[in-house]
Design a protein around this ligand. Structure first.
Ligand SMILES: [Zn+2]
Length: 153
């Protein structure tokens, strides 16, 4: 027995809950649902357009005050390919990517659809070229991040 041995204990969390999204996130999600547009908020100090919209700038800690739509196209910044099934996510393999939409100064993460995933290495090489993408909304948006995804142009 080692005095410094760290003991590993198995655990599992599995519960449902609701939370209030707050003022800025609520409007962000309402804009998805009602107008099928992605909105950011502009920092009063550094003037960056933060997407998704937030009440305070993460760099300046200043309040944001202007709402602006971004996209619908943008540039893929980075990605990951998920090959394991996670609760609440589509059947793997799936692509999650950070995309900076046109007009935005920060990236937004969401699923990328429409890519041939039968050859994952080939798909990764295509994504590594940091391609242009466009947002695609579902037919009946519900005010959730799953209301849209990205597809390669
Ligand atoms: Zn700022």
């Amino acid at each position: 027995m080692s005095e410094s041995e760290l003991i590993e204990i198995a655990g599992q969390w599995n519960f449902n809950y609701n939370y209030f999204a707050g003022e800025s996130a609520s409007r962000f999600f309402r804009e998805l649902r009602e107008n099928q547009r992605i909105m950011g908020t502009r920092c009063t100090k550094c003037r960056r357009l933060l997407v998704p919209a937030r009440a305070f700038c993460d760099a300046c800690m200043e309040r944001t005050n202007e709402w602006e739509a971004v996209g619908p196209e943008g540039t893929l910044d980075t990605f990951t390919i998920i090959t394991t099934q996670f609760p609440g996510l589509p059947k793997p393999p799936i692509v999650m990517a950070y995309v900076t939409l046109d007009g935005a100064d920060t990236a937004l993460i969401n699923l990328v659809h429409g890519l041939d995933m039968s050859d994952i290495d080939k798909a990764a090489r295509r994504l590594n070229s940091l391609p242009r993408v466009r947002t695609k909304f579902i037919d009946e948006p519900k005010g959730r991040i799953t209301d849209f995804s990205f597809e390669l142009i």
